[in-house]
Each structure stands twice: as structure tokens, then as C-alpha cells.
Design a binder for this molecule. Sequence first.
Ligand SMILES: [Zn+2]
Length: 347
Amino acid sequence: MYYFAPGVSYAISTPEKVCLPRYLDLKNKMPSRLRHITDYLIIYVLKPKALFVIVLTLNVLLPLLAIAESPHQKNEKGTVVPILIYHEILSGHHGNEYKRPGETIISLKKFSQQMTYLYQQGYTTLNIEELVNFMKGKRVIPPKSVVITFDDGWKSQMLALPILRQYHFKASFWLFPGSGIQDPYGDYLSWREVRKIANVPGFEIGAHSMTHPDDPRSNLVTWVDGKTKGRSALNAEYEIRQSKKVLETKLHRSIKYFAWPHGWYNNKLLQMAKAAHYEAVLTASDGANRQGDDVFHSKRIFVDGACSLEDFKETLHSYKYRICQTHEPPTLGHLPYASKQGSLPKH
Ligand SMILES: [Zn+2]
């Protein structure tokens, strides 16, 4: 280590945000065994010092070993990417009797177990851009890849950050700025917290409408179809466009992706999202994403917080939402026009 002393002293003063994005990028190009070793060194042994030295070494080593991505490389046949949906996270201290683990609530302990499992199994987390490029056939990804999403901007999602950072996992946060980010003392993230998340390397922010209309009789679908008195397609269009605009203005970055509130949409809404210049849209339909799939119908899977780790493993392989909550019925099928669109869970 003495030999690396100048590099190490620089590493100590170098912000993590300089080295970490490069490391996350390089990680996607490494064989899983090497990835495990470098992760282990960074997380448990040398921490920031190792991060700097490893990034330097990999920059030289990967091209020499011809492991780096090349135009001739192809995705392994059958590579599919599940996108996991999380909402609220309960810690032992913050939980209350009205909030039980289920469809949209998971305990911190269980979330942590799931992340540890993904890490131990050698999963690579992708951001949405990497997913989109994979689906378009423009990017080679490791066969075991997964995307982690957090919906609705719950304040409790802050509890997930240390765990995600421990494993250098990427994640995206889907916000509705019209009513979600209002009260810094309430259930939702404040702008200050959103900025903090947005500035972490590997984390990204996506739009999730302005006000998250999710009443079966009054939502984006019923508005655009003219089925809700006092609401029209213009209101739906505003939700789609304005959420992008507000997040871009507040966070000083381009917001390129949208997730349907409650997973509810139709073709008219989809055309609006495309016209608003979103580059991909996430649904709440079960399934995983393959090369060649439509990025405007990206599939996602709910992670029910009442499920066991075994159920979670099954979800990862079956790409299906497993319902485990028993304290109330799941919201499957609570859809306007359910017969046309199929059953989607609450989102
Ligand atoms: Zn939502």
C-alpha cells in the first residue's frame, strides 16, 4: 500500500461521486467473480481508498484482458431484466399499527435481506438508461441484472439508501411533485431529501405524474376518456408534462422517464407521454424485460412486504407479483376498464 500512498491520499480527498459512477460503469463489464472481489475490498476492507485504486486499475486492466464491452459482444441468449417495485419502508421505530407489511410496505429488515440476497447471488443493478439501451439492443449487460425502483417518494425510502450504497446498488425514485413533495414533516420526501437522493451516484429520479390520481372513477385513464366530470384529456396531459418540467426545474437535470400512477394507462395516454419527449415509460404489469421489447411498455413487478425471502426468490425467477398480504385484500383488479386492460395491482 505504501507504493500507492500518493494515490491513496488523493483518494481520501476525492469525493466519492467522482470514483463511484466510474466504478459502477466498470462493474457492468466485469466477470461476476472479479465484481465480487472488488466489491468486497471496497465495502469491507479499504473503503474509499480501495475504490480509487480499483477504478484506476480496472481502467487499465479491463481493456487489456479484452473483457470490456465491444461492439462484437452480444447479450447472452435469454437475458431478461426484472424491475422490482418498492414503496414504503418500515423500520422498527417508525412503524405504526395502521401500516403493516404488504403490497406497498416492507420492513427495513426484509428489504435489507433482499438486497443482501441480490448481492450474494451476483446481481448487477442497472439504471433506467442502461435498461433502455439493453432493450434497444445497444448495450451488453450481465445475465443476472435487475432494476430497483421506489415509487411515490415516501420519506421512509431514505432508510433504504445506506443499504443500497453499501452494495453500490443503483436505484430510481418515481415522484409526483404536485402533491407528493410538499410537507417536509409528513410522509413524503422533502425537496431537500429529493436533491440529496438525486445527487447520489447511481440513483436517478423519474416522473410519476403531478398528483398521482388513483381513484378508479377519477384517474388519467378516465380523464382522457372523458369519463370524469370536470376532467379532460388536457388535465391528463398536464400531469404528464408538468411533472417532467417541475422535476427538471427543481433538480437541474433532464427527466427522461415516466411511470404510470397506479399502473393505469391506455394508448391515448401513451401517445401523450411520447409527445412529451419521455424516452421510456414504466408500467406495473407483471413480467421481465427482454432485448427487443418496447421501452414504452416496460414491465415491473411488485414486491409484497408480507412475503418471505423464498417468495422473493420465486418473484425474481417467475417475474410475477406474489400476493402475501392477508390483512386486507390485494388491489388486483381495482381498475377502471379492467376487462380491457387486465388486472393490475395498486401502484
Ligand atoms: Zn405510485
